[in-house]
Ligand binder design. Structure first.
Ligand SMILES: Cc1cc2nc3c(=O)[nH]c(=O)nc-3n(C[C@H](O)[C@H](O)[C@H](O)COP(=O)(O)OP(=O)(O)OC[C@H]3O[C@@H](n4cnc5c(N)ncnc54)[C@H](O)[C@@H]3O)c2cc1C
Length: 312
């Protein structure tokens, strides 16, 4: 079928995955398309934006066995003959997408951050050559157009609620993938920087003094994030990295402390109304994007601001 499109919903991020519907809104005439959402999720987790919701029955293997998951989704794709399959670039999605693409003998454009159309062609856009160019990729011969997309790069407005038809998807048990689970430990739940209203972000200019950002973040009800420099130097965890190889964030206020503003970092900043940067070099690229630039030492700024807040 030329008009059936499926978005895979990652069970850890069902709502964010559903936002990828913006891709369909941007790239297709939505009235001509039949939209499917599918995943190992619960009905209540999925906004009523799709024509169909295919629910896969709960199964432990959906948490760790990407080969088994790809086999199940292959059956679904072949049965429904989707013309386009979109998978979120989550930890699971990044394993699942290439496995499914191989099974469907399709090309895969990974990690797209935008989409355009040109003369009826879909142009899937993603950073290339370390973010120096934005590549526009088109799928030439594949029967199915497959892409994985960065969460946070797309946000469906959800104005149109649909009468979504929900049904369980019954599949034939694929042959064993060879992966066995020996044990299980739940990961500790940590807050996600993508949900923060205010982000205090530390970079190379903060260096080993990174921990000094936390008291200020507590006072401002903010969260701490980092550039890759801080992550690579072991000062911050990868889960709080902003940028091309980290997360795309959209807080109301972004305070960039000792961050240069490389292209790869800026790629992680989306629709931020207010940016303050503190840098000893007022010509650093991040300063030209900022509403307020403070020229000086990042930690001196943090200390003085904290003192001021405590006084008031
Ligand atoms: C494929 C690829 C993916 C990448 N992905 C990411 C990504 O997701 N996120 C990311 O951030 N980077 C990413 N990078 C790395 C990126 O290119 C930069 O190297 C990185 O962003 C630099 O981090 P920074 O600005 O914190 O540090 P630096 O480049 O070291 O800049 C430090 C800044 O702090 C200022 N400064 C120095 N001392 C002080 C002080 N005492 N007080 C105040 N300011 C001071 C300096 O003037 C400078 O502007 C990626 C690179 C590649 C190749």
């Amino acid at each position: 079928m030329k008009n059936k499109i499926m978005i895979y919903l990652d069970q850890e991020y069902p709502n964010e995955s559903a936002q990828l519907l913006e891709i369909i809104e941007k790239a297709y005439n939505k009235n001509e398309m039949i939209t499917y959402a599918a995943g190992w999720v619960e009905e209540k987790q999925v906004p009523c934006w799709f024509d169909h919701l295919l629910l896969l029955p709960p199964d432990e293997r959906s948490r760790y066995d990407a080969r088994w998951m790809a086999s199940v989704l292959e059956q679904m794709c072949r049965e429904h003959e989707f013309c386009c399959v979109i998978i979120p670039s989550t930890w699971t999605g990044r394993m699942l997408a290439p496995l499914l693409a191989v099974k469907l003998e399709s090309g895969l454009t990974a990690d797209i951050t935008d989409i355009e159309t040109l003369d009826d062609k879909l142009l899937m856009i993603r950073p290339a050559f370390s973010g120096k160019v934005m590549a526009k990729i088109t799928s030439k011969d594949s029967q199915v157009i497959m892409m994985s997309a960065r969460l946070g790069a797309f946000s469906y407005t959800g104005l149109q609620q649909k009468k979504m038809q929900t049904e369980p998807y019954l599949f034939q048990e694929p042959i064993r993938s060879g992966i066995r689970q020996l044990g299980r430990e739940d990961k500790k739940q940590t807050a996600d920087i993508r949900e923060a209203e205010v982000l205090i972000s530390g970079g190379g200019g903060v260096g080993r003094r990174f921990d000094q950002l936390y008291p200020l973040s507590k006072r401002l009800n903010a969260m701490v994030s980092a550039s890759r420099k801080s992550v690579d130097s072991g000062m911050a965890s990868r889960s709080i990295q902003v940028g091309q190889s980290g997360k795309i964030v959209s807080p109301q206020l972004y305070i960039a402390l000792g961050i240069y503003g490389s292209m790869q970092h800026i790629e992680g900043l989306k629709d931020i109304p207010y940016i303050i940067s503190v840098n000893i070099n007022k010509n650093a690229p991040i300063c030209s994007l900022s509403d307020i630039v403070v020229e000086g030492d990042a930690i001196e700024f943090v200390t003085k601001l904290l003192e001021r807040i405590k006084k008031e």
